[in-house]
Design a protein around this ligand. Structure first.
Ligand code: ADP
Ligand code: MG
Length: 143
């Protein structure tokens, strides 16, 4: 299944993430790819809101993993932008997240392709300079 959604503001991308979070089921792994500033974290903040998480959600760039427990299910937010070696994922116990009862969301997942399960839902966010500064084309692919 492939779905393409166009957004024209951060709020729209947030709301898309929120719908996604509301529909999410335990055990899901979601990958988010796209350039720096594409809107991966904005989408992620929407997902968190859709799960019922009310606190602030920021990119865990320096910790790789941030865990939120106050929502409908555990939310594991990875940002692997600064990962040096996939072994770091083992060290933080990613398997307990990916194969547990929460939802895992991975920003910059293309840096660790070998660790992403085949059943993952893949989300790609792209800009198009011809369509304006706030335009984003969001492609969601589920196996
Ligand atoms: P990433 O996590 O992909 O590096 P962020 O989500 O942190 O990117 O930042 C996206 C930036 O782009 C924010 O400053 C946001 O306000 C801006 N922006 C503009 N238009 C959009 C849009 N349609 N969707 C998401 N973000 C947008
Ligand atoms: Mg980010």
């Amino acid at each position: 299944m492939e779905k393409i959604i166009e957004t024209r503001s951060p709020e729209e991308t947030f709301r898309l993430g929120e719908q996604f979070g509301k529909a999410a089921s335990p055990g899901m792994v979601v990958t988010l790819c796209g350039d720096l500033g594409a809107g991966k974290t904005v989408f992620t903040q929407g997902v968190a809101s859709g799960l019922g998480i009310t606190g602030p959600v920021t990119s865990p760039t320096f910790t790789i993993l941030q865990i939120y427990e106050e929502g409908r299910m555990p939310f594991y937010h990875f940002d692997v932008y600064r990962i040096g070696d996939p072994e770091e994922m083992e060290e933080i116990g990613y398997e307990d997240c990916f194969f547990g009862q929460g939802i895992s969301l991975v920003e910059w997942a293309d840096l660790i392709p070998e660790l992403i399960p085949e059943e993952a839902v893949r989300i790609l966010i792209r800009r198009d300079p011809e369509k304006g500064f706030d335009y984003r084309k969001i492609t969601i692919t589920a196996p």
